[in-house]
Every structure is written in C-alpha cells, then in structure tokens.
Design a protein around this ligand. Structure first.
Ligand code: ARG
Length: 277
C-alpha cells in the first residue's frame, strides 16, 4: 500500500517554446557547471534536444521553435527568455552581458506571435530560470541571478502572490535547478532543501508539506530541472532516485539524456519555456 493516496493524474496539453542548440558552445563560464576547456559535441547536443522536442510532441504538446542565433550559445536555454502566465509575457533581463541579447530575441518572437500584453522588465529576471508557476503562487528564486526587486515587478504584472526563495548554493544558481512544479493545479512540487536558506526551506515546508524531497545525488544530476504536464515528468535520466517517489505519487517519470547541455548547466526544464494560455 502506498504511503500516498494515488490521486488520478491527468496530463493537460501544453504549449512550449524551445530553441535548438545549433550554436551551443561553452566559451564562457557563468555557473559552476560551465568549463570552457571541456569540448561540446554540437551534433550530439542537437540530437538530444530533438529527442526532447519530439517527446513533447508525441505526448500531444505543442512545441514552438525560436530561431537560434550565432554568438548566443546559451539561447538553447529558452526557459530563461520570458515568463508567460495567462498569455501575459514578462520579458527577461539577463544578469550577465553574455546573454543580454537573448531577451530581445524572445520579445521579438512574442510580438510576432500575437502576444499583446508584454512587459519589458526594469529589474533583472531570467524568466522561468527563477520563476516557477503553480496555481496559487509564482515561486521566485533570488541570490544568484534574479534581483529581489524583480519579484515585486512580477507580482504587480501577473497579479499573483510571489513567494521569494533564497538560493544559497552556486551549483543551484536558478530556482529551476533546485525545484520543479509537478502539478500546477494541485500545487505539488519537488525540491532539494539544501539549495535554499533555512528560512526558505521553512517556507517550502509550510506551503508544500507533501513535496517530493530530492536527495543530493539526484539534485547533482540536475534531476530537479524537470518538466511535468500533470502526469508525465520529463527529467534527466541519471536522477534515478526520483523515479520511485514520482511513481508512488502516480506520476510517470520519463528519463531524458541531455548530457551535452549539462555542460552549460542546464537540462530538460532550462530548454523548455511554457507558454501558459
Ligand atoms: N549557461 C546558462 C546560464 O548559466 C544555463 C542556463 C540554464 N537555464 C535554466 N533555466 N536554469 O545562464
């Protein structure tokens, strides 16, 4: 008998924005995962990324593609380019100069695709890197990238309570490397507590007492960098310790190999921006 009542899980169709790693490389280092001395196999990165894209499509989701630009090697991490809630687009403003121009590429895409309500941010935020959306809240990371002031800006624009969470370990520099939303209707998440300050851990325990708690080895495999449609949870395949707890709660974990993109410090979620209608 499972410890958790097996509530019926249901996938809802999603619309995602992705950007091919055709120009991916690691030429600079802005997080501890990036080592410019380590070679990147671009054709392999593209094949792994196409697997992810095709998997979303085979699950019935829509994947839009943003055209990658030479000179913007991190553009593959499309989650960072904006945050979209109820069709309203909060643009990004990157912390590092190397990624600055990605923000405009995203805004251009949204303008060309009929998104009317677009806010160009004043404060630094790296899109869904630091913003995670549940039905009740926008969870917002800070400490390495997003400015704490961007949290107020997001709250004002989306009209949803924004919960600020302090990240303290440089390996988990974005919220989406330490926490994933599993069910955005029932407010279920999984996370790695040591990535957060003690106070933020207490906030997470209070808001999500039934969360899946990740172990170190799974967090280090970037297992929290996951995307869920309410039933299927796509996550790095090396995060084997998460598969059991997810199944126990009625989810269907699907392991993906994005090993080349891990060299940039990103995996499944980083490559996937959700366009919430
Ligand atoms: N190299 C990128 C950076 O450090 C990786 C971004 C990963 N994206 C994410 N959503 N965590 O900015």
């Amino acid at each position: 008998m499972s410890r958790f009542p097996r509530s019926p899980r249901r996938a809802t169709p999603r619309r995602y924005l992705m950007c091919s790693p055709a120009h991916f490389k690691v030429t600079y280092s802005i997080n501890p995962w990036m080592d410019p001395a380590k070679p990147v196999d671009v054709p392999l990165a593209v094949a792994q990324w196409e697997d992810l894209r095709d998997r979303y499509r085979s699950l019935g989701h829509t994947v839009e593609e943003l055209t990658p630009r030479p000179g913007l090697p991190d553009m593959v991490f499309a989650a960072n380019g904006a945050t979209v809630v109820e069709g309203r687009v909060l643009g990004a403003r990157f912390a590092y100069r190397e990624r600055e121009e990605e923000a405009a590429a995203h805004l251009e895409w949204f303008r060309a695709h009929g998104f009317a309500e677009i806010h160009e941010p004043v404060h630094i935020n790296e899109g869904e890197g630091d913003f995670a959306v549940t039905s009740s809240y926008v969870l917002a990371g800070r400490g390495f990238r997003a400015s704490p002031l961007s949290h107020g800006e997001a709250q004002e624009f989306f009209g949803r309570p924004v919960i600020g969470l302090d990240l303290i370990d440089p390996r988990y520099y974005h919220l989406d490397t330490a926490l994933a939303v599993l069910d955005d209707a029932a407010d279920e998440v999984m996370y790695y507590p040591p990535a957060f300050s003690p106070g933020s851990q207490a906030v997470l325990r209070r808001l999500f007492p039934d969360a899946v708690i990740a172990e170190e080895a799974d967090a280090e495999a970037l297992g929290l960098n996951a995307v869920s449609d309410g039933l299927h949870v796509l996550l790095p395949q090396a995060a084997v310790g998460l598969f059991g707890p997810l199944r126990e709660r009625g989810y269907e974990p699907i392991g993906m190999d994005l090993g080349e993109l891990l060299k940039g410090g990103g995996s499944v979620k980083c490559c996937t921006q959700e366009l919430r209608a």
